[in-house]
Write a protein that binds this ligand. Sequence first.
Ligand code: A3P
Length: 297
Amino acid sequence: VESLTQPKLTEWKGYKVYGFGFNADTIKWVYDNWTPWQDDVIVASFPKTGTTWLRHIVRLLYFRHDENLLKMTEGMVMPHIYLETGIPLKFEFLDKLPWDRKVLSTHVPAALFNFEKIRNAGAKVIYTIRNPKDQLVSWHKMMVNFPINREGTNLKDHYPLEWGKFFDVAISGKQQMTNKEGEYYMEHLLSWYPHRNDENVLFVVFEDLKKDPLKEIRRIAKFLDVKISEDDLLNVTESSSFASMKKEYHWTEKVKFFRKGEVGDWKNHFTVAQSEKVDALVKQKLAGTDIKFTYEL
Ligand code: A3P
């Protein structure tokens, strides 16, 4: 444990992994030593693409009939345990929890994720996708309010407060993330893309969920083998609406975690030049895929 709290590795498999309380040691430790339980769900995502929303939906689908479990898993307890922050102690703790399946999440790129072990254990993975313009605005709005983003920390260079600077640093891949130098969201997406048809992997698009939550939640329930009545589906949809979640997670207000929850807010922030820059990046990087982002509904 000591070696994990005093990290030695800052790079693993060519990825610089250091920041936000996680480091290469912990991610490597999880890769090598941690095994999920059957039916655990891991929400994998690039930040601000719908992680919390998906964790919340899975939690409702799994535990909706058990008031106690719903209470116990609300807020910090379960949905917020990131794989990256998982030092062994935390995972020992996880394995002693009084429920039979867990909802976890991670921001690691696919190369740092042990697919074989996860699949063999019978666990499932949901990968979220959101258009990169709304993602970037959401990311900036969170980081300007994030307590670690202060004078005197080196994070200031990675997450400038001013939008134009933030934009430039972000899209040039110079932020402190689980990325290789020069990589941003597109590379994260590309790393996960080859797994989109894996039997235990489901891709969920933020904008689809926004447009027709009932349909998407039905699809997610089917993927998780959750049998659910139409009435219950409606309840889950209502309890995972932006308004319901903003209320339930009111303690995140300071960091603007539930900010707007909309599609197309980027238009209030992006300049035409910035929008064109992202379009060019998408065109160049995702040329070999069938990914088409939805920028407005
Ligand atoms: P905005 O900042 O655009 O509002 P993550 O959980 O990956 O950090 O993503 C956060 C984004 O998802 C935020 O976007 C947040 O408002 C949005 N979000 C969370 N729950 C939502 C919901 N139920 N409906 C719509 N958007 C939601």
